[in-house]
Design a protein around this ligand. Structure first.
Ligand code: PMP
Length: 438
């Protein structure tokens, strides 16, 4: 049950100072450092189902779920068995294996992709998809949306330039201007900006890449028909439409976000990228799509792409076990859990006078501390960061680990049982009061 006092965290603090002495910021991926909310990140020793246990023995309901992969919760028996069985046969061979074929077949069966290449991270997937699109079309320009994150690919770490249809500037030191000068960054959900960009530069555009439903500025769903409009605009101009389902794939539905829009509306992306859930918590990701486009990839075609650990046998075993265990009952449970949390959040935040908007795609949702819907990155950035930090810390003190940033999705798993859900609901009133007072 929720504790009234701040959990004591001396072991996390000691590890954080050891970590900072040897690793930049003490973490191996920036958002883990709590920079956006302050305080000491909890070093986790183990996890089971919906629970995280830190090195001081504190337990938390996990609403990060490894930023998406843990659809079934931690330590799912079928996944652990598959991993143990795979490890027993060796960890990597650098030769083809049956497991790779089976995982790719499982993904091809669930999605509209015809051919798929396995890689080890979502970043590699989007980087490779863009290279392939450029190689296939013989064009150089890439269109992306502000607020969409596709991994730390140089050409995609771009922020918008001054005008809507101007080329962009690097979003970080270390990326040369020459890497982003062929990237057009447009406001999300803005059909006119897309139409203008294609009218002006259409014959130079290799591809448009978008998160199938953005989750990296918080959840900002596509307006109805927006993805179809993107697919049609790309087709009309001979550009490829790349739908990034690294976060939404196999989470929002069995067929990801495409299962809820493309499959219903009757369009198919030229290329798709996947990661997270398809690796079951181990490093596995993929890109794929039209057979004629994928035929341009080495060794079949001229566009080079490779990976020492791509299709790793342990990762593919974890991924296949996860997809196999992700039954209709699993997706139904995810919805029940997300609905219970969303209802509890709406009630308690309203009672506390805390302005909020909950936005979802399937069971993936975000809580924006603002009083109007968020449709773009500019609107997401206008929400209250200090209030979120207060909310985050109150929840953490009461044994609930939210994402340590106001601009992230909250992830649930099918292992979130009634006790875990209740612990979150019980923590909400005090957290809402803390946030409302900021
Ligand atoms: N695309 C999307 C939509 C993502 O959410 C992420 C990771 N959050 C990536 C790509 C990059 O994946 P990875 O961190 O595995 O490189």
């Amino acid at each position: 049950s929720p504790t009234a006092t701040t959990p004591s965290t001396p072991a996390s603090e000691a590890l954080f100072s050891r970590a900072r002495a040897v690793t930049p910021g003490g973490v191996n991926s920036p958002v883990r450092a709590f920079n956006a909310v302050g305080g000491t990140p909890r070093f986790i020793r183990s996890a089971s189902g919906p629970w995280l246990t830190d090195v001081d023995g504190n337990e938390y309901v996990d609403l990060i779920c490894s930023w998406g992969p843990m659809l079934l919760g931690h330590g799912h028996p079928a996944v652990l068995d598959a991993v143990r069985e795979a490890v027993g046969r060796g960890t990597s061979y650098g030769t083809p294996t049956e497991g790779e074929v089976a995982l790719v077949e499982a993904i091809v069966a669930r999605t509209p992709v015809e051919r798929l290449r396995l890689v080890s991270s979502g970043t590699e997937a989007t980087m490779s998809a863009i290279r392939l699109a450029r190689g296939f079309t013989g064009r150089d320009v890439v269109v992306k949306f502000a607020g969409c994150y596709h991994g730390h690919v140089d050409s995609l770490l771009a922020s918008a330039g001054s005008g809507l249809t101007t080329f962009s500037i690097p979003g970080t030191p270390g990326v040369p201007a020459s890497s982003t000068e062929l990237t057009l960054v447009l406001p999300y959900n803005d059909r006119e900006a897309v139409a203008a960009a294609f009218a002006e530069h259409g014959d130079r555009i290799a591809c448009l890449i978008t998160e199938a439903a953005p989750g990296n500025m918080g959840v900002v769903p596509p307006a109805p028909g927006f993805n179809r409009f993107l697919a049609e605009t790309c087709r009309a101009h001979g550009a490829l439409f790349i739908s990034d389902e690294v976060m939404t794939g196999f989470r929002v539905s069995k067929a990801g976000q495409w299962g809820t829009d493309g499959a219903v509306e009757g369009w198919v992306p030229d290329l798709m990228t996947f990661g997270k859930v398809m690796g079951g918590g181990l490093p596995a990701a993929a890109f794929g799509g039209r057979a004629d486009v994928m035929a341009h990839l080495a060794p079949e075609g001229p566009v080079y792409q490779a990976g020492t650990l791509a299709g790793n046998p342990v990762a593919t075993a974890a991924g296949l076990a996860t997809l196999t265990a992700a039954t209709d009952e699993v997706y139904a449970r995810l919805d029940v859990v997300a609905d219970a949390l969303r209802a509890g959040i709406a009630d308690t935040f309203t009672a506390a006078g805390l302005p909020h908007v909950i936005q979802s795609t399937g069971s993936m949702f975000s809580v924006f501390l603002t009083d109007h819907p968020v449709t773009s990155f500019a609107e997401a950035q206008a929400t209250s960061v200090p209030a979120y930090a207060a909310l985050f810390h109150s929840m953490l003190d009461q044994g609930v680990h939210l994402p340590p940033s106001a601009f992230e999705a909250w992830f649930v798993s099918s292992s979130h049982d009634d006790r875990a859900v209740q612990q979150v609901l019980d923590a909400l009133p005090a957290a809402a009061r803390a946030a409302a007072s900021r």
